[in-house]
Design a protein around this ligand. Structure first.
Ligand code: NAD
Ligand code: UGA
Length: 489
């Protein structure tokens, strides 16, 4: 209770105790890095998901709920010292001088705005919990990606607590501090961010938040802005990044029907310093939990304000992505003589990108579902994604066998199996094709000569990530399709 007393005394008390609500892909790594650089601050990460919290507290660091390079080392150093994971939201909120809200904000599935608007029910429940349990003065920070003007909703809920006569001693400031980390490089991004954006209208609160980041982020990278610009900047940033990928993926289709090579096109345009070379890698279609939902949210906002041209412009980024994933599935079927029914296909990679165990919106889900609908028998391998996650994503009934998992849809549709490893290359036995869907480093080093001998000729390699050594594949007598390659395909 000492902390509470200390908070009650002074509205501009220095931040000594942080709470983060939501122990997910953002909450976990972000708080770990803050705890590392601010040993004098107590950081409590809380979540309603008990399993997740138990995993964060696992002694074996291989069992953390999130795979993120470098995260285990930081957790090992700070967990139990000034970083704590718990399900006790009430205790953590009561003690906190500053609370990050880092809960999920998925696309609404029902009701007004379904399919586009963000579902803010988890944000609302956080605001209600904070209003109930907070003591003294508390800075509340939006870390989740939110529609413009969500801070107003949070403020309304908090203010209703503030005006409650029994609670006259409590007060809040609401800030926006969107997160720009990408999965797979989260620790690198957090340690060395391009910028830290802080939106708000209370300068003192903004300074208090900035002091935390100043422990390791140069001052010139910390930007102050108003709260609505901060919220919109996050959505816009994701929309611009996604737009680049959809743009280059649309060009792959043109490359494939001409004699152009998309890698050469990317290289040439990337040399223009106005365009830049990053985010120009063509692939099987953008995935991840945020790009699609954030663009759809932008579309919803534009439509809400009657800006249909703006809405159509951004919606096309999502539409072309769906079309692109469909296109790749169709190419596989066409190349395998128009049918994949009862044919074994090896799927390499299920995560939406390398170096993460996250599969949300992964192109692999759409492509695998399409191939299952065509009757294919898939053997799926990903170094970090579990069989139960794949089961969840493919929504099939599954029975476990000793070493692997097998599932059948029904007689007309295909089936899938899970492989825990590719070390002995047995998974390639009698396969008609290999599809590379995630750019894991280990797929670059495969011995195609040995693999080729195990497959059913004429066997195909479909490289949607441009990571396979084309010469080795061809020398091994395999047929190769590479994304955006007008010369090979
Ligand atoms: P996530 O689903 O991995 O984690 C969110 C967690 O919040 C879950 O564990 C859930 O149980 C918990 N939660 C929900 N309501 C709660 C409540 N009332 N009390 C306590 N816990 C609660 O989500 P994420 O990927 O970490 O994303 C969180 C937010 O950050 C989203 O708005 C997302 O758009 C944004 N974001 C994500 C990334 C990313 O790379 N994943 C990057 C930048 C921003
Ligand atoms: C993205 C943004 O990069 C982050 O800045 C942002 O914070 C985050 O969304 C978020 O708000 O959630 P993330 O989705 O983790 O991060 O990963 P990205 O590296 O952006 O990749 C997204 C998708 O685009 C992946 O499927 C990836 O394979 C694909 N991609 C990316 C390409 O196909 N080509 C590229 O050149 C880059």
């Amino acid at each position: 209770m000492d902390e509470v007393v200390h908070k009650l005394k002074n509205k501009s008390t220095e931040v000594k105790n942080i709470c983060c609500i939501g122990a997910g892909y953002v909450g976990g790594p972000t708080m770990a890095v803050i705890a590392k650089h601010c040993p004098e601050i107590e950081v409590n990460v809380v979540d309603i998901n008990e399993n997740r919290i138990n995993s964060w507290n696992e002694i074996n660091l291989n069992n953390l709920p999130i795979f993120e390079p470098g995260l285990d080392l930081i957790i090992d150093n700070v967990r139990g010292k000034n970083l704590h994971f718990s399900t006790d939201v009430k205790a953590a909120v009561m003690q906190a001088d500053l609370i990050f809200i880092a809960v999920n904000t998925p696309t609404k599935l029902k009701g007004i705005g379904a399919g586009q608007a963000s579902d803010l029910r988890w944000i609302e429940s956080c605001a209600r919990e904070i209003s109930e349990y907070a003591r003294g003065h508390t800075i509340v920070v939006e870390k989740s990606t939110l529609p413009v003007r969500t801070a107003e909703v949070i403020e309304n809920i908090l203010n209703s607590a503030e005006t409650n006569s029994k609670r006259e001693e409590i007060s809040f400031d609401v800030l926006s501090n969107p997160e720009f980390l990408a999965e797979g490089t989260a620790i690198k991004d957090l340690e060395n961010p391009d910028r830290v954006l802080i939106g708000g209208d209370n300068k003192n609160a903004m300074i208090e938040l900035s002091k935390i980041y100043r422990a390791w982020v140069p001052e010139e990278k910390i930007l102050f802005t108003n709260i609505w610009s901060s919220e919109l900047a996050k959505l816009t940033s994701n929309a611009f990044l996604a737009q680049r990928i959809s743009s280059i993926n649309s060009i792959t289709a043109i490359c494939e029907v001409t004699s152009a090579d998309v890698r050469e096109v990317s290289r040439a345009i990337g040399k223009d310093t106005r365009i830049g070379s990053k985010f120009l890698d063509s692939g099987p279609g953008l995935g991840g939990s945020c790009f699609k939902k954030d663009i759809l949210n932008l579309v919803y906002i534009a439509e809400y304000f009657g800006l249909s041209e703006v809405a159509n412009f951004w919606e096309s980024v999502v539409k072309i992505n769906s079309w692109h994933q469909q296109r790749i599935s169709e190419i596989v079927v066409k190349k395998l003589f128009g049918s994949v029914s009862n044919k074994k296909l090896v799927i390499l990679g299920f995560a939406f990108k390398a170096n993460t165990n996250d599969t949300r919106e992964s192109a692999a889900i759409t492509i695998c579902k399409n191939l299952l609908n065509e009757g294919a028998n898939l053997l799926i391998y990903d170094p970090k994604v579990t069989a139960s996650q794949i089961e969840n994503d493919l929504k099939t009934n599954q029975t476990k066998s000793a070493e692997n998992y097998k599932s059948s849809l029904n007689e007309k549709l295909g089936s899938w199996e899970y492989s825990k490893s590719i070390n002995n290359l047995e998974i390639f036995n009698n396969a008609y094709a290999v599809l590379v869907l995630t750019e894991w480093e280990e797929f670059r080093k495969l011995n195609w000569m040995t693999i080729s001998k195990k497959m059913t000729p004429p066997a195909w390699v479909f490289d949607s990530r441009s990571i396979i050594n084309t010469e080795e594949v061809k020398d091994a007598g395999l047929r190769l399709w590479r994304i955006g390659d007008g010369l090979e395909n």
